[in-house]
Design a protein around this ligand. Structure first.
Ligand SMILES: *Cc1c(COP(=O)(O)O)cnc(C)c1O
Length: 432
């Protein structure tokens, strides 16, 4: 046993799990090299944007009160615009989460009588209430904004005929979700998003194309705004916050779209001019600086898990060899015990709250008990190693994140050890 193996053994990873993990890893070196190459490109992209915006030490300080002339805040927004190649950006701690950023982008860019179209099927759960697909107080539906949806075809491709039929004189904004979220459809590559946007603009050039970019940032070398999106929207406690941002959301896009959002976030007439950054800017900058590397680590973890669990006979989405366009990994256990054991393993590997045992629980908005594993520095942060699964068929667990590859690896090995300890997999199955 080498020193590393001894260290793992001391942390609860038996040598047969460790050896199996090493055997799986052997086959992944080429894929990991490609991920590192993307991270390297994106690291340059971030540094270039920071240099061009002339980030200075003064930018790392903050303002209070109204926040007039907040040079750090305004410069950070220029950095985001530089990274996404957009005219402008809104990056604020006053945007409380991803759903809020998306709601803001939608509500500020449509008017009563307009229609929103989703050509990629059902949007993320929380957006159902924003749009009013599920009746909700304050939804866009209450303001007379209507919604249409075109599902993807059986094989995951775009239903171009129905999209064409659905675009009418009232269609003002198209919302495209890049990540599959917690659905089974494939995640969209940036190039596929570009094809869809080109098609939509060929029918009606002035439609605003918005992309829900959650979990997608820095996974590829290009972003949806490089292929025609008018706006990208996301959360800072996912990829672009690099694990350091303690709150926040962003919208990057055309000057008009961003201005609309700013006037809605603060107030008509005030817009981007107010909004104190308090003491948060250093973490926003430093997190963004780390984000390409952190995203690469999370991506390696997702691929490692797919390759670890697939040979054991569990369904994995994406599968072990598929190209990746977001950081989410789904593993189907087919039994509640599998979901529970997996989450217990992830929790046991956490730097924070490793000693607590996650249990399935009733959660608001869910129709089944849900188990969640998260030992995060930032509460609810899903760029940190985290997992959750509803206790209902097909008994799948969704996991994502990992601020370092080493932690992602440890967490995933721990999950497998936990699954083995629960008797769901025989030790003998661990060979390639
Ligand atoms: C996480 C996520 C959201 C919502 O973000 P919250 O910060 O949880 O409100 C929206 N869309 C997608 C695709 C997401 O992954």
């Amino acid at each position: 046993m080498n020193e590393l193996e001894k260290m793992y053994a001391g942390m609860g990873i038996e040598s047969y799990v460790y050896e199996y993990g090493e055997a799986v890893l052997q086959k992944l070196s080429e894929r990991f090299r490609k991920i590192d190459e993307i991270a390297e490109y994106n690291q340059m992209k971030v540094i270039k944007a920071m240099q061009e915006a002339q980030v200075s030490e003064a930018c790392l300080l903050g303002t209070t009160g109204y926040g007039y002339n907040d040079i750090g805040r305004d410069t950070l927004e220029a950095v985001y615009a530089g990274i996404f190649h957009t005219e402008d950006a809104l990056v604020r701690p006053q945007i409380t989460c991803g759903t809020h950023a998306l709601a803001l982008a939608l509500m500020s860019n449509v008017r009563p009588g307009d229609e929103i179209l989703s050509p990629v099927g059902k949007p993320y759960d929380t957006l159902e209430e924003v749009i009013g697909i599920r009746p909700s107080r304050g939804s866009l539906a209450e303001y007379g904004v209507t919604y249409r949806q075109v599902d993807l075809l059986e094989d995951g491709s775009f239903d171009y005929d129905r999209i064409r039929e659905s675009i009418n004189e009232r269609t003002h904004l198209v919302t495209i979700q890049r990540s599959k979220g917690y659905q089974t459809r494939p995640t969209l590559s940036v190039n596929r998003i570009g094809e869809l946007i080109a098609f939509i603009k060929s029918i009606k050039p002035d439609i605003i194309c918005m992309v829900d970019n959650c979990y997608g940032e820095f996974v590829e070398t290009i972003e949806p705004t490089d292929v025609g999106a008018d706006m990208v929207v996301g959360s800072l406690i996912k990829n672009p916050g690099g694990g350091l941002a303690p709150i926040g959301g962003y919208i990057a896009g055309t000057r008009e779209c961003v201005e609309n959002a700013a006037f809605r976030l603060t107030s008509p007439g005030l817009g981007k001019e107010v909004g104190a950054s308090l003491g948060i800017l250093k973490d926003f900058y430093q997190g963004l600086f780390l984000a390409p590397t952190v995203t690469a680590c999370a991506l390696k973890g997702a691929i490692f898990a797919a390759n670890l669990y697939e040979p054991l006979g569990f369904g994995v989405v994406p599968d072990s060899t598929e190209s990746r366009h977001d950081i989410i990994q789904a593993i189907t256990f087919g039994k509640p015990e599998g979901v529970i054991a997996f989450c217990k393993g992830i929790q046991a590997a956490a730097p924070v709250d490793s000693f607590v045992t996650p249990e399935p629980w009733d959660m608001p908005g869910y129709d089944a008990k849900v188990i969640m594993a998260a030992g995060a520095f930032v509460s609810g942060s899903s760029i940190e190693l985290s997992a959750d699964g509803p206790i209902k068929p097909p008994y799948a667990v969704y996991f994502q994140g990992g601020l370092t590859w080493q932690h992602a690896k440890f967490g995933i090995l721990m999950s497998l050890q936990s699954v083995l300890n629960s008797g769901l997999v025989e030790k003998e199955a661990l060979k390639l």
